[in-house]
Design a binder for this molecule. Structure first.
Ligand SMILES: [Zn+2]
Length: 232
């Protein structure tokens, strides 16, 4: 799980840990490639998680749809022949991280529609992250449905492709919210539950590992593929 791929924010910036520098991202990808692993989007990862396919793969996700992912991560993904899923806030395509403003996270632009289309044309997945990046368990069911199904419809309109993957903003999910995601037609959804996805997981409640600002390539390898999976 990545968010922004950009220069390190100033010390004291809220959620500073959610940025990975382009150089670190490059080193993480090159080491995974060197030991024979391929990075893939959630939809490509699914058959491996279900045990229908075998291979050295790991999933790559970017939350929020930041333009710096387009600018700094996409060229690196292309270089290695990797794919990834970016979860877009459909109401902010061409906008910015408005939902973060009140907690003091610096302004960061989101990808434009054209950049999102380029992202998909390179083989990457467009996933949904609601319309407005809301806390779904705090929303009434009608609003939650609008946020979950509405973002899918908006992204499908913008991209002209089926949207099958969802990501719960803030990792905020309940069994009711999970069922709304299922009813809205999604096949996969990612959480912030810490762990390695396996065939025993509900495809609509997939765990992830967060890659932090200070994580070098070895830490990233430990979090993703080496050693024992983290019990959650
Ligand atoms: Zn988010």
């Amino acid at each position: 799980m990545y968010h922004q791929i950009d220069a390190a924010p100033a010390k004291g910036t809220p959620f500073r840990q959610l940025t990975t520098t382009p150089n670190n991202f490059y080193r993480q990808m090159i080491w995974l490639a060197r030991i024979g692993y391929r990075g893939v989007s959630v939809r490509e990862l699914a058959p491996y998680v279900k045990g229908e396919r075998q291979g050295r793969v790991f999933g790559i996700t970017f939350d929020d749809g930041f333009q710096n992912v387009y600018r700094n991560a996409l060229p690196i993904l292309r270089q290695f022949g990797f794919t990834a899923t970016c979860f877009f806030v459909s109401g902010q395509v061409g906008g910015f991280n408005r939902w973060d403003a009140e907690i003091g996270v610096p302004y960061a632009p989101c990808m434009s529609r054209q950049e999102m289309l380029d992202w998909a044309a390179a083989g990457n997945e467009i996933g949904s992250h609601t319309v407005d990046h809301v806390h779904l368990t705090q929303a009434n069911p009608w609003i939650a449905l609008n946020q979950i199904a509405g973002s899918r419809a908006q992204l499908e309109d913008m991209a002209g492709t089926a949207i099958v993957s969802f990501c719960y903003p803030y990792g905020d999910v309940s069994s009711d919210v999970r069922d709304i995601v299922r009813d809205a037609g999604y096949s996969f959804a990612t959480t912030t539950r810490k762990g390695r996805a396996s065939s025993g997981d509900d495809p609509l409640l997939l765990p992830r590992r967060n890659v932090c600002l200070g994580d070098g390539w070895l830490t990233t390898l430990r979090k993703t593929i080496l050693g024992r999976p983290v019990a959650s």
